[in-house]
Design a protein around this ligand. Sequence first.
Ligand SMILES: [Zn+2]
Length: 470
Amino acid sequence: MIPLKLEPDRLFSPEPGQRALARALYATVKDLPIVSPHGHTDPQWFADDAPFTDASALFITPDHYVFRMLHSQGVRLEDLGIARRDGGSVERDARKIWRIFAGHHALFRGTPTRIWLDHAFHEVFGIRERLTAESADRLFDHINGCLARPEFRPRALFERFNIEVIATTESPLDPLAHHAKIRASGWKGRVVTAYRPDPVVDPEFDGFAANVAKLGELTNEPTATWRGYLAAHRRRRAFFKTMGATSTDHGHPTALTCDLSEGECEALFAKALRGGAGPAEAETFRGQMLTEMAQMSLEDGLVMQIHPGSFRNHNPQILRLFGRDKGADIPTRTDYVRALKALLDRFGNERGLTVILFTLDETVYARELAPLAGHYPVLKLGPPWWFHDSPEGMLRFREQATETAGFYNTVGFNDDTRAFLSIPARHDVARRIDCRFLARLVAEHRIAEDEAYELAPELAHDLAKKAYRL
Ligand SMILES: [Zn+2]
């Protein structure tokens, strides 16, 4: 048996002075409640509070970080129990799936996934041995034994993780029945939704015209017309607000924004509904909708998040066989300075609107994002996202963005995850790295120690609550 240990000074600088200060700063924030303003957990977990079924269903099948790595090394997704779109046969034996995962555990050396897994094993399940092919069955049985107990149900874990509030992400077509059930249940856990309109604002989304028609049915607005379509968004956003939403989220291929005349919008919308919009027109329509969403946010107060720059479904075979969100999304080079111009020309100086920018293109931190956020009142910078939600990624973000944007044009941490058990681990990494960065600024006499002690809880907790109006 190989022991599993979590070193108390992990992720801090190896330099003794900075390490000591980082440790002291971290001690003041490590137990703060978790504010999770953007993510993809399933609200049904908290609505039904049913036990998680088994270790594989918890750690492997919902986590694209895990199975994309296994896929890259030749493991078939079918053998990991990932459902096929055609209903074709996939592995159903959770123990076999777990054994494959355990046998490939070395693949995660040096990755944040390894840090999150070790943290969950150690802190949530009390495991004290490393996952290997040899220990696979013991850990599988131990985790499953835990999951059968009431204290490992979703609501109990939510409380144990000290989650103050968590946001899920839903399409405007979602009836939000799970959110309604949570609210009606009397449970005090705070789970809110967020408005993610990609299926009804992207002409290239599967079933776009049908989705827009369904939006019309849900809202009693004539969504075949441009005005009716905008009115339907306003109604649906208002409904989302009744289910706690304080934000919208936009997962576009680029950050392009447009500002067309009403006549041009009407014509483009009609063409998109007919299925006649080519790639450039679809892009223009999405860009126009970001500007429209900013206008609506100014009216209803929902904070706007833009998550651009992911080339979705890069692998057509995986898309055909398994569908979206299967680890085949790849970052692209992303422009902000020109792309956001139309939106900023209209709304850049608004005090009552917040637009939070994310990127998968680290080259823009210092060149574009920090200068933009360091000028326009409407803009804030989201934390390192997805491939950059990692110790090195967080350090690169602070190092490149802080000198121009400061700390107060950033919004704390987002775990942005569908892997529930990784939430405390991800927030812990962010808190440690921020304390490490602050300790370095103090060591270099760029800020004083009292300022670092003030910043640490702001970065860990307060800025996220404030920016997202939670
Ligand atoms: Zn997200």
